[in-house]
Design a protein around this ligand. Structure first.
Ligand code: GTP
Length: 470
């Protein structure tokens, strides 16, 4: 049986993205915004979906998200509660007493986490008690503000500490180039260290790429966060499609991630998506009737990537695609052959593109059933653009000692700024690992070291048998 997944949504961005994610899941599982099933859920009715991975179901046909909501100021969560009355479990909402927010400062968010850790452990344990075959956590946040980054980092440490055998996935939003707040590079650097050390898989987005994609999909240059968040929720719902509508392949998150993550450090996954049908974005304007062949090839277009790419062609380590719609197997085979000639794989990798065909929900009233759409999750050197950009912005202020006073009361900075220096080193080591992974010698020097292989270590994921390559 597919195991249950608990979602933690933290800060403004985390909760706003979470709102779109739950809205999409409710639509795909025929659940109203009050949590009541819109379908006949009588025992005689056989459902194809597996909503209980993400929802608790009670006897009166009410579905409650397995979600924990955290924020340091109440406006976003109150707004969500008003729009989804009775949907979330009130006991799963944590708001700070003083309602001040973290003022875009990582250390404030982090310290709130330390002060309230016992309460968080209770909330998490209570939610785990309501599962039968608990699989793991997913955390949604932005890396650049104070709450999603600082409190999010604290929660990641807590999960790694107390549930280290469970899978932790993050959906992490990086800031746009027009950084609104000068200390964003500090917040991002400190959070990146926790993504590297305390998560098993991080799916990354940047707000520049998200705005460009959203503007194109809606044919409107003025896009809101709510609209960009639908793009993120499209990725999240697609990654979990074969878990919520299970068949014999890729029916658990570990089976997907172990296919594309070769070593614990290289766990940054860049999503691409095309085309955004009304299944995901009801106002989508750029509908294109494509075959699976077109979609698989289009997914390599940098314009469809949710992380801005620099001019270098990425070297791919592994790729996973999830297609939905009317898909011909022969189109998939043709596209794989074409792709293998066209893109550069790391010399030691198997040059394989893993393609999974998902199922469309029968309950989704806004679906375009004939259209093919596809998600690509790639593990490649492309993520170095994002990591290097963060390092450059960080170096520019840290080397001059600029704006450090905002962090001086933080507990991890009581003895100086070593935490910044160490975080910078940890991030550099991942950049170096990705760079090295593009070379021939990588496999001999690193991958064969037993303890680096995924599956040979207690801290790594459980690979199960549906690790198929088409
Ligand atoms: P504090 O405001 O300091 O308490 O922390 P926070 O984590 O609540 O802040 P927030 O989530 O607003 O993080 C700021 C960063 O997230 C900036 O880079 C924003 O551009 C980005 N951001 C904020 N809300 C959203 C959202 O709903 N969607 C997206 N894509 N980005 C967002």
């Amino acid at each position: 049986m597919t195991g249950e997944i608990i979602t933690l949504q933290v800060g403004q961005c985390g909760n706003q993205v979470g709102r779109e994610f739950w809205s999409q899941l409710a639509k795909e599982h025929g659940i109203g915004h009050d949590g009541l099933s819109l379908q006949d859920d009588s025992p005689s009715e056989i459902r194809e979906d597996h909503a209980v991975t993400f929802f608790k179901q009670n006897d009166s046909n009410r579905y409650t998200p397995r979600a924990l909501l955290f924020d340091l100021e109440p406006s976003i969560i109150n707004d969500i509660r008003n729009n989804f009355p009775g949907f979330f479990n009130d006991r799963n909402v944590w708001l700070s007493q003083d309602n001040l927010g973290a003022g875009n400062t990582w250390s404030k968010g982090y310290d709130y986490g330390t002060e309230n850790q016992d309460q968080f452990i209770n909330m998490i344990d209570r939610e785990i008690d309501a599962t039968e075959n608990f699989e793991g956590f997913q955390l949604i946040h932005s890396v650049a503000g104070g709450t999603g980054s600082g409190l999010g980092s604290n929660l990641l440490e807590l999960l790694a500490d107390s549930h280290h055998k469970k899978l932790v996935t993050t959906y992490s939003v990086f800031p746009s180039d027009e950084s609104e707040v000068v200390v964003q590079p500090y917040n991002t650097m400190l959070t990146l260290r926790r993504l590297i050390e305390d998560s098993d898989a991080s799916v990354v987005f940047d707000n520049n790429a998200l705005s460009n994609i959203t503007a194109r999909v809606l044919r409107d240059s003025n896009v809101s966060y709510a609209q960009s968040n639908q793009v993120i929720s499209t990725v999240m719902s697609s990654i979990t499609n074969s878990i919520r509508f299970p068949s014999y392949m890729f029916s658990s998150l570990p089976s997907i991630f172990s296919t594309i993550i070769p070593t614990p450090d290289m766990h940054f996954l860049v999503p691409s998506f095309t085309s955004f049908t009304t299944d995901f974005i009801p106002e989508a304007k750029t509908l294109k009737r494509s075959t699976a062949y077109d979609v698989i090839l289009d997914l390599f277009d940098p314009n469809n990537s949710m992380v801005t790419q620099n001019s270098d062609d990425p070297v791919y380590i592994a790729i996973y695609d999830l297609l939905q719609g009317s898909v011909e197997q022969s189109d998939i085979t043709r596209a794989i052959l074409k792709t293998q000639k066209r893109i550069q794989f790391a010399p030691w990798s198997k040059s394989s593109l893993h393609v999974n065909v998902g199922k469309k929900s029968a309950y989704n009233k806004t679906a375009n059933s004939d259209y093919v759409s596809g998600l690509m999750l790639s593990n490649s050197t492309a993520v170095n653009s994002l990591l290097k950009k963060t390092c450059n912005s960080f170096d520019a202020i840290f080397n001059r000692g600029a704006f450090l006073h905002k962090f001086q009361n933080g507990r991890v900075f009581e003895d100086g700024w070593d935490e910044f220096k160490e975080s910078r080193e940890v991030v550099q080591s991942v950049i170096d690992e990705y760079t090295y992974a593009a070379q021939d010698s990588y496999i001999d020097d690193i991958l064969l070291e037993d303890n680096m292989l995924v599956g040979n270590d207690d801290n790594t994921m459980n690979i199960n048998d549906d690790n198929n390559i088409i």
